[in-house]
Design a binder for this molecule. Structure first.
Ligand code: NAD
Ligand code: UDP
Length: 310
Protein backbone atom coordinates (compact mmCIF):
# COMPACT_ATOMS: atom_id res chain seq x y z
CA UNK A 1 0.00 0.00 0.00
CA UNK A 2 1.38 3.43 -1.02
CA UNK A 3 0.21 6.02 1.47
CA UNK A 4 0.64 9.78 1.33
CA UNK A 5 0.57 11.72 4.60
CA UNK A 6 0.39 15.51 4.43
CA UNK A 7 1.55 17.30 7.58
CA UNK A 8 3.88 14.31 8.17
CA UNK A 9 6.45 16.27 10.22
CA UNK A 10 3.80 17.51 12.64
CA UNK A 11 2.58 16.05 15.89
CA UNK A 12 -0.18 13.72 14.65
CA UNK A 13 1.32 13.19 11.18
CA UNK A 14 4.61 11.84 12.49
CA UNK A 15 2.86 9.31 14.79
CA UNK A 16 0.63 8.26 11.90
CA UNK A 17 3.71 7.67 9.69
CA UNK A 18 5.22 5.45 12.41
CA UNK A 19 2.01 3.44 12.64
CA UNK A 20 1.62 3.02 8.86
CA UNK A 21 5.25 1.92 8.44
CA UNK A 22 4.82 -0.58 11.29
CA UNK A 23 1.87 -1.98 9.32
CA UNK A 24 4.19 -2.57 6.37
CA UNK A 25 2.98 0.29 4.17
CA UNK A 26 5.14 2.55 2.00
CA UNK A 27 4.78 6.12 3.17
CA UNK A 28 5.43 9.43 1.44
CA UNK A 29 5.39 12.38 3.82
CA UNK A 30 4.72 15.94 2.67
CA UNK A 31 5.29 19.00 4.84
CA UNK A 32 6.20 22.67 4.46
CA UNK A 33 7.69 22.62 8.00
CA UNK A 34 5.61 25.58 9.20
CA UNK A 35 4.81 23.95 12.54
CA UNK A 36 6.38 20.58 11.75
CA UNK A 37 9.88 19.55 12.75
CA UNK A 38 12.42 17.22 11.13
CA UNK A 39 13.18 15.79 14.58
CA UNK A 40 9.69 14.22 14.62
CA UNK A 41 10.58 12.05 11.60
CA UNK A 42 14.40 11.93 11.73
CA UNK A 43 14.25 8.31 12.95
CA UNK A 44 12.52 7.39 9.66
CA UNK A 45 15.13 8.83 7.29
CA UNK A 46 16.99 5.51 7.01
CA UNK A 47 13.80 3.55 6.37
CA UNK A 48 13.56 2.50 2.71
CA UNK A 49 9.79 2.50 2.94
CA UNK A 50 9.68 6.18 3.90
CA UNK A 51 10.21 9.24 1.72
CA UNK A 52 9.90 12.87 2.84
CA UNK A 53 9.17 15.76 0.50
CA UNK A 54 9.29 19.44 1.47
CA UNK A 55 6.14 20.72 -0.20
CA UNK A 56 3.34 23.19 0.49
CA UNK A 57 -0.07 21.66 -0.31
CA UNK A 58 -1.32 25.04 -1.49
CA UNK A 59 0.73 24.17 -4.62
CA UNK A 60 -0.37 21.15 -6.72
CA UNK A 61 1.79 18.03 -6.78
CA UNK A 62 1.83 14.90 -8.92
CA UNK A 63 2.40 11.62 -7.08
CA UNK A 64 1.23 8.02 -7.03
CA UNK A 65 -0.67 6.89 -3.92
CA UNK A 66 -3.49 4.55 -3.00
CA UNK A 67 -4.35 6.35 0.23
CA UNK A 68 -4.02 10.00 1.23
CA UNK A 69 -4.23 11.26 4.81
CA UNK A 70 -4.67 15.05 4.59
CA UNK A 71 -3.38 16.38 7.90
CA UNK A 72 -1.47 19.46 6.74
CA UNK A 73 -2.73 22.52 8.61
CA UNK A 74 -1.51 24.35 11.71
CA UNK A 75 -3.72 23.18 14.60
CA UNK A 76 -2.82 25.42 17.53
CA UNK A 77 -4.71 28.74 17.78
CA UNK A 78 -1.39 30.63 18.14
CA UNK A 79 -0.09 29.18 14.87
CA UNK A 80 -3.26 29.18 12.78
CA UNK A 81 -3.90 32.83 13.73
CA UNK A 82 -0.32 33.88 12.84
CA UNK A 83 -1.20 34.02 9.13
CA UNK A 84 -4.98 33.49 8.91
CA UNK A 85 -5.15 33.88 5.13
CA UNK A 86 -2.54 31.15 4.72
CA UNK A 87 -4.50 28.93 7.12
CA UNK A 88 -7.60 29.28 4.95
CA UNK A 89 -5.58 28.65 1.78
CA UNK A 90 -4.18 25.46 3.33
CA UNK A 91 -7.63 24.12 4.21
CA UNK A 92 -9.30 25.22 0.98
CA UNK A 93 -6.75 25.29 -1.87
CA UNK A 94 -4.66 22.59 -0.17
CA UNK A 95 -7.67 20.28 0.18
CA UNK A 96 -8.70 20.96 -3.44
CA UNK A 97 -5.18 19.97 -4.54
CA UNK A 98 -5.27 16.77 -2.51
CA UNK A 99 -8.78 15.93 -3.75
CA UNK A 100 -7.63 16.60 -7.32
CA UNK A 101 -4.76 14.19 -6.77
CA UNK A 102 -7.09 11.58 -5.22
CA UNK A 103 -9.41 11.92 -8.20
CA UNK A 104 -6.60 11.52 -10.76
CA UNK A 105 -4.91 8.52 -9.15
CA UNK A 106 -8.14 7.03 -7.72
CA UNK A 107 -6.85 7.15 -4.14
CA UNK A 108 -8.98 7.05 -1.01
CA UNK A 109 -8.57 10.34 0.88
CA UNK A 110 -9.11 10.99 4.58
CA UNK A 111 -9.54 14.56 5.79
CA UNK A 112 -8.45 15.55 9.30
CA UNK A 113 -11.38 17.73 10.29
CA UNK A 114 -11.94 19.02 13.78
CA UNK A 115 -14.31 19.49 16.70
CA UNK A 116 -13.92 23.21 15.84
CA UNK A 117 -16.54 22.73 13.14
CA UNK A 118 -18.98 22.72 16.10
CA UNK A 119 -17.61 26.13 17.22
CA UNK A 120 -18.83 27.19 20.68
CA UNK A 121 -21.54 24.51 20.81
CA UNK A 122 -25.11 24.82 22.16
CA UNK A 123 -25.44 21.03 22.11
CA UNK A 124 -23.53 18.91 24.57
CA UNK A 125 -21.93 16.44 24.07
CA UNK A 126 -21.43 17.04 20.34
CA UNK A 127 -22.90 14.50 17.93
CA UNK A 128 -21.98 14.41 14.23
CA UNK A 129 -25.52 15.53 13.30
CA UNK A 130 -24.99 18.87 15.06
CA UNK A 131 -24.23 21.71 12.58
CA UNK A 132 -22.26 23.86 14.98
CA UNK A 133 -22.09 27.49 16.04
CA UNK A 134 -19.08 29.16 14.47
CA UNK A 135 -18.48 32.91 14.38
CA UNK A 136 -17.66 33.46 10.69
CA UNK A 137 -15.70 36.67 11.34
CA UNK A 138 -14.00 35.87 14.66
CA UNK A 139 -10.31 35.11 15.29
CA UNK A 140 -10.88 31.34 15.07
CA UNK A 141 -12.81 31.49 11.81
CA UNK A 142 -9.77 31.08 9.52
CA UNK A 143 -9.36 27.62 11.01
CA UNK A 144 -12.98 26.67 11.76
CA UNK A 145 -14.48 27.89 8.49
CA UNK A 146 -11.50 26.56 6.52
CA UNK A 147 -12.13 23.10 7.96
CA UNK A 148 -15.88 23.42 7.30
CA UNK A 149 -15.18 24.24 3.65
CA UNK A 150 -12.75 21.32 3.50
CA UNK A 151 -15.54 18.97 4.67
CA UNK A 152 -17.86 20.45 2.07
CA UNK A 153 -15.23 19.99 -0.65
CA UNK A 154 -14.75 16.38 0.37
CA UNK A 155 -18.46 15.62 0.16
CA UNK A 156 -18.82 17.49 -3.15
CA UNK A 157 -15.88 15.71 -4.80
CA UNK A 158 -17.42 12.47 -3.60
CA UNK A 159 -20.84 13.20 -5.04
CA UNK A 160 -19.69 14.94 -8.23
CA UNK A 161 -16.52 12.99 -9.07
CA UNK A 162 -16.92 9.74 -7.17
CA UNK A 163 -13.82 10.34 -5.05
CA UNK A 164 -13.55 7.82 -2.22
CA UNK A 165 -13.52 9.97 0.93
CA UNK A 166 -13.34 9.63 4.72
CA UNK A 167 -13.87 12.47 7.22
CA UNK A 168 -12.77 12.37 10.86
CA UNK A 169 -13.52 15.15 13.35
CA UNK A 170 -10.63 15.16 15.79
CA UNK A 171 -11.14 16.45 19.35
CA UNK A 172 -8.26 17.84 21.47
CA UNK A 173 -5.40 15.36 21.19
CA UNK A 174 -2.08 15.54 23.05
CA UNK A 175 1.12 13.58 23.47
CA UNK A 176 4.84 13.43 22.72
CA UNK A 177 6.11 15.46 19.71
CA UNK A 178 3.84 18.44 20.28
CA UNK A 179 6.18 21.35 19.53
CA UNK A 180 7.72 23.15 22.51
CA UNK A 181 6.20 26.38 21.16
CA UNK A 182 2.90 24.73 20.15
CA UNK A 183 0.84 26.89 22.51
CA UNK A 184 -1.95 24.39 23.17
CA UNK A 185 -2.95 23.82 26.74
CA UNK A 186 -1.44 20.44 27.63
CA UNK A 187 2.04 21.16 26.25
CA UNK A 188 1.99 24.71 27.67
CA UNK A 189 1.10 23.55 31.19
CA UNK A 190 3.61 20.67 31.19
CA UNK A 191 6.48 22.86 29.99
CA UNK A 192 5.57 25.61 32.45
CA UNK A 193 5.34 23.11 35.33
CA UNK A 194 8.68 21.47 34.44
CA UNK A 195 10.42 24.85 34.18
CA UNK A 196 8.92 26.08 37.47
CA UNK A 197 7.08 28.89 35.68
CA UNK A 198 3.46 29.88 36.41
CA UNK A 199 0.75 27.90 34.62
CA UNK A 200 -1.20 30.34 32.45
CA UNK A 201 -4.94 29.72 32.66
CA UNK A 202 -7.00 31.72 30.17
CA UNK A 203 -10.24 32.92 31.79
CA UNK A 204 -11.25 31.27 35.06
CA UNK A 205 -10.38 27.77 33.89
CA UNK A 206 -14.02 26.70 34.16
CA UNK A 207 -14.15 25.93 30.40
CA UNK A 208 -13.91 22.23 29.55
CA UNK A 209 -12.17 20.07 26.97
CA UNK A 210 -11.87 16.30 26.48
CA UNK A 211 -8.31 15.11 25.89
CA UNK A 212 -7.38 12.11 23.76
CA UNK A 213 -3.93 10.49 23.81
CA UNK A 214 -2.21 10.40 20.42
CA UNK A 215 -1.94 6.60 20.02
CA UNK A 216 -5.72 6.25 20.48
CA UNK A 217 -6.37 8.93 17.90
CA UNK A 218 -4.02 7.38 15.33
CA UNK A 219 -5.73 4.01 15.79
CA UNK A 220 -9.14 5.61 15.15
CA UNK A 221 -7.90 7.40 12.03
CA UNK A 222 -6.48 4.17 10.68
CA UNK A 223 -9.71 2.26 11.35
CA UNK A 224 -11.71 4.95 9.59
CA UNK A 225 -9.46 4.83 6.53
CA UNK A 226 -9.49 1.02 6.34
CA UNK A 227 -13.23 0.37 6.61
CA UNK A 228 -15.45 0.17 3.54
CA UNK A 229 -18.86 1.10 4.95
CA UNK A 230 -18.94 4.76 5.81
CA UNK A 231 -17.47 8.04 4.52
CA UNK A 232 -18.11 9.97 7.75
CA UNK A 233 -17.95 12.32 9.43
CA UNK A 234 -16.96 10.48 12.57
CA UNK A 235 -15.98 12.10 15.89
CA UNK A 236 -12.68 10.83 17.28
CA UNK A 237 -11.81 11.91 20.79
CA UNK A 238 -11.88 10.93 24.42
CA UNK A 239 -15.28 11.55 26.03
CA UNK A 240 -13.81 12.19 29.50
CA UNK A 241 -14.47 15.91 30.02
CA UNK A 242 -12.31 18.02 32.34
CA UNK A 243 -12.10 21.69 33.35
CA UNK A 244 -8.96 23.56 32.35
CA UNK A 245 -8.27 24.38 35.99
CA UNK A 246 -8.47 20.67 36.83
CA UNK A 247 -5.96 19.74 34.13
CA UNK A 248 -3.60 22.40 35.50
CA UNK A 249 -3.89 20.86 38.99
CA UNK A 250 -3.42 17.34 37.61
CA UNK A 251 -0.24 18.38 35.77
CA UNK A 252 1.12 20.08 38.91
CA UNK A 253 0.46 16.87 40.84
CA UNK A 254 2.06 14.55 38.25
CA UNK A 255 5.15 16.73 37.75
CA UNK A 256 5.52 17.47 41.47
CA UNK A 257 5.99 21.10 40.43
CA UNK A 258 5.71 24.04 42.82
CA UNK A 259 4.60 26.39 40.00
CA UNK A 260 1.80 28.83 40.73
CA UNK A 261 -1.34 29.21 38.64
CA UNK A 262 -1.95 32.64 37.08
CA UNK A 263 -4.98 33.87 35.17
CA UNK A 264 -4.93 35.64 31.79
CA UNK A 265 -7.91 37.04 29.85
CA UNK A 266 -9.98 34.46 27.97
CA UNK A 267 -9.38 34.70 24.19
CA UNK A 268 -12.36 35.80 22.07
CA UNK A 269 -14.74 32.97 20.99
CA UNK A 270 -12.99 30.38 23.19
CA UNK A 271 -15.50 27.47 23.34
CA UNK A 272 -17.04 27.02 26.82
CA UNK A 273 -17.60 23.26 26.70
CA UNK A 274 -16.45 20.44 24.47
CA UNK A 275 -16.97 16.70 24.65
CA UNK A 276 -17.40 14.24 21.80
CA UNK A 277 -20.28 11.84 21.52
CA UNK A 278 -18.38 8.82 20.17
CA UNK A 279 -21.33 6.42 19.71
CA UNK A 280 -20.81 6.47 15.95
CA UNK A 281 -17.09 5.60 16.17
CA UNK A 282 -17.90 2.83 18.66
CA UNK A 283 -20.56 1.35 16.41
CA UNK A 284 -18.95 1.72 12.99
CA UNK A 285 -15.26 1.41 13.84
CA UNK A 286 -15.50 -0.59 17.04
CA UNK A 287 -13.16 2.09 18.42
CA UNK A 288 -12.85 3.82 21.72
CA UNK A 289 -9.91 5.41 23.54
CA UNK A 290 -7.90 3.11 25.80
CA UNK A 291 -5.28 5.39 27.36
CA UNK A 292 -6.37 7.18 30.56
CA UNK A 293 -5.58 10.87 31.06
CA UNK A 294 -3.14 10.07 33.85
CA UNK A 295 -1.26 7.48 31.76
CA UNK A 296 -1.15 9.77 28.71
CA UNK A 297 0.01 12.76 30.74
CA UNK A 298 2.80 10.71 32.36
CA UNK A 299 4.12 9.71 28.91
CA UNK A 300 3.89 13.29 27.67
CA UNK A 301 5.63 14.67 30.77
CA UNK A 302 8.42 12.12 30.26
CA UNK A 303 8.85 13.32 26.66
CA UNK A 304 9.01 17.00 27.56
CA UNK A 305 11.49 16.34 30.40
CA UNK A 306 13.92 15.00 27.77
CA UNK A 307 13.17 17.80 25.29
CA UNK A 308 13.88 20.46 27.91
CA UNK A 309 17.28 18.86 28.69
CA UNK A 310 18.33 19.07 24.98
P1 NAD B 1 0.78 20.28 13.85
O1 NAD B 1 0.82 21.75 13.73
O2 NAD B 1 1.75 19.61 14.77
O3 NAD B 1 0.95 19.59 12.43
C1 NAD B 1 0.52 20.16 11.23
C2 NAD B 1 1.56 19.89 10.16
O4 NAD B 1 1.11 20.41 8.91
C3 NAD B 1 2.90 20.56 10.45
O5 NAD B 1 3.96 19.65 10.27
C4 NAD B 1 2.96 21.71 9.45
O6 NAD B 1 4.29 22.10 9.13
C5 NAD B 1 2.18 21.13 8.29
N1 NAD B 1 1.58 22.13 7.39
C6 NAD B 1 0.85 23.22 7.73
N2 NAD B 1 0.46 23.89 6.62
C7 NAD B 1 0.97 23.20 5.56
C8 NAD B 1 0.91 23.40 4.15
N3 NAD B 1 0.29 24.44 3.61
N4 NAD B 1 1.54 22.50 3.35
C9 NAD B 1 2.22 21.44 3.89
N5 NAD B 1 2.31 21.22 5.21
C10 NAD B 1 1.68 22.09 6.04
O7 NAD B 1 -0.71 19.90 14.26
P2 NAD B 1 -1.38 18.48 14.62
O8 NAD B 1 -1.93 18.58 15.98
O9 NAD B 1 -0.46 17.37 14.28
O10 NAD B 1 -2.62 18.48 13.62
C11 NAD B 1 -2.64 17.69 12.43
C12 NAD B 1 -3.99 17.80 11.77
O11 NAD B 1 -5.01 17.33 12.65
C13 NAD B 1 -4.38 19.22 11.37
O12 NAD B 1 -5.05 19.21 10.14
C14 NAD B 1 -5.33 19.64 12.48
O13 NAD B 1 -6.23 20.61 12.04
C15 NAD B 1 -6.01 18.32 12.81
N6 NAD B 1 -6.53 18.34 14.19
C16 NAD B 1 -5.70 18.17 15.25
C17 NAD B 1 -6.21 18.22 16.53
C18 NAD B 1 -5.34 18.01 17.74
O14 NAD B 1 -5.85 18.12 18.85
N7 NAD B 1 -4.08 17.69 17.63
C19 NAD B 1 -7.58 18.45 16.73
C20 NAD B 1 -8.39 18.64 15.62
C21 NAD B 1 -7.86 18.56 14.35
N1 UDP C 1 -5.65 27.50 27.51
C1 UDP C 1 -5.19 27.97 28.74
N2 UDP C 1 -3.86 28.23 28.90
C2 UDP C 1 -2.95 28.00 27.90
C3 UDP C 1 -3.42 27.50 26.66
C4 UDP C 1 -4.78 27.27 26.50
O1 UDP C 1 -5.98 28.17 29.67
O2 UDP C 1 -1.75 28.24 28.13
C5 UDP C 1 -7.10 27.21 27.37
C6 UDP C 1 -7.74 27.81 26.13
O3 UDP C 1 -8.20 29.13 26.38
C7 UDP C 1 -8.87 26.83 25.89
C8 UDP C 1 -8.30 25.49 26.37
O4 UDP C 1 -7.22 25.82 27.24
O5 UDP C 1 -9.99 27.15 26.69
C9 UDP C 1 -7.80 24.62 25.23
O6 UDP C 1 -6.94 25.39 24.45
P1 UDP C 1 -6.10 24.81 23.23
O7 UDP C 1 -5.41 25.96 22.58
O8 UDP C 1 -5.26 23.68 23.71
O9 UDP C 1 -7.17 24.16 22.25
P2 UDP C 1 -8.63 24.65 21.70
O10 UDP C 1 -9.02 25.95 22.33
O11 UDP C 1 -8.42 24.79 20.25
O12 UDP C 1 -9.51 23.56 22.12
Amino acid sequence: MNTLVTGAAGFLGSHLCDRLLAKGYDVIGLDNFFTGNKNNIRHLFDNNHFEMIRHDIVEPILLEAEQIYNLACPASPVHYQYNPVKTIKTSVIGTINMLGLAKRVKARILQASTSEVYGDPEEHPQKEEYWGRVNPIGPRSCYDEGKRVAESLMVNYHQQNNVDIRIIRIFNTYGPRMAMNDGRVVSNFIIQALKGKPLTIYGKGEQTRSFCYVSDLVEGALKMMEQEEFIGPVNLGNPVEIKIIEIAEKILELTGSKSKIIFHPLPEDDPVRRRPDISRAKKILNWQPRVSLEEGLKKTIHYFKNEIKK
